[in-house]
Design a protein around this ligand. Structure first.
Ligand SMILES: [Fe+2]
Length: 250
């Protein structure tokens, strides 16, 4: 892993001049890498596959640096899909080979990077590809929830409520599509709904034990002055708690 981490540090070095946003992405990457490793260990995967999962975490946001350099935004909607861009960077001149010489897992890593930010992964993935994609998606979501917990993201708007379509999706244990965002509160609601796209048992345990969602929802209930939003959040909290319990006992 040391060689891979060194290569990542070399790759990101020239982007550091673009400021703090680059540092934040590097830190996020390192946490996601560690979470991927922990999930892979919890699944009792062989050593080689634990390494593959760790590399997926290390590379999942490799497209972010060029995205920031070119567009000065991390909004895919306003610039470029960073999963696709990462895939392209790793494919070009076989850059991925600087991170691993194990060709058996090449497509798993490339697809984990490409699809980590998509609403759904394609149905035609192999079992192996799907495994690494799921691990990467879980780890990335866990770290986003952590950033909420520590207050990097705040409730977007105290005065808007969650729109009906988004609210109903959450009450029905469904991940919300970004396309359905109508109000500012929807943005926060969508991230709470990440829980419905978590795959591995370890991830549920991690979210529960670290109170990742609990703290965030409670903080938001306290912060908002909008009674309707407060009630919506309380309902969502119950639904999420029940869902986590259900997933931990199955
Ligand atoms: Fe990420």
């Amino acid at each position: 892993m040391e060689t891979a981490i060194k290569e990542f540090i070399n790759y990101t070095e020239p982007y550091k001049k673009y400021g703090e946003k680059i540092d934040l992405k590097i830190k996020h990457t390192m946490r996601v890498k560690d979470i991927c490793e922990r999930i892979a260990k919890s699944l009792n995967l062989p050593k080689e596959e634990i390494k593959v999962a760790t590399i997926c975490g290390l590379l999942h946001d490799i497209g972010r640096f060029e995205q920031w350099k070119k567009y000065q935004t991390y909004s895919d909607k306003d610039s470029i899909d960073h999963g696709n861009l990462g895939y392209k960077i790793l494919k070009e001149n076989n850059y991925l080979s600087k991170y691993t010489d194990n060709r058996e897992y090449e497509s798993s890593i490339l697809k984990a990077v490409k699809y980590h930010n998509k609403f759904r992964v394609p149905k035609n993935m192999t079992k192996k590809e799907k495994r690494f994609s799921n691990i990467t998606r879980d780890a990335d979501k866990i770290d986003i929830l952590y950033l909420y917990q520590i207050g990097v993201f705040l409730v977007d708007d105290e005065n808007s409520k969650i729109s009906n379509e988004v609210y109903q999706s959450l009450l029905n244990n469904k991940l919300v599509n970004k396309k359905d965002i109508k109000t500012k509160a929807d943005r926060t609601a969508i991230r709470l709904g990440f829980i419905f796209d978590i795959n591995c048992k370890y991830s549920f345990q991690y979210i529960k034990e670290n109170h990742l969602l609990e703290d965030t929802i409670e903080k938001q209930i306290k912060q908002t002055t909008n009674k309707e939003l407060k009630n919506q959040l309380k309902e969502i909290q119950i639904v999420i708690d029940n869902y986590i319990e259900e997933m931990l006992t199955c």
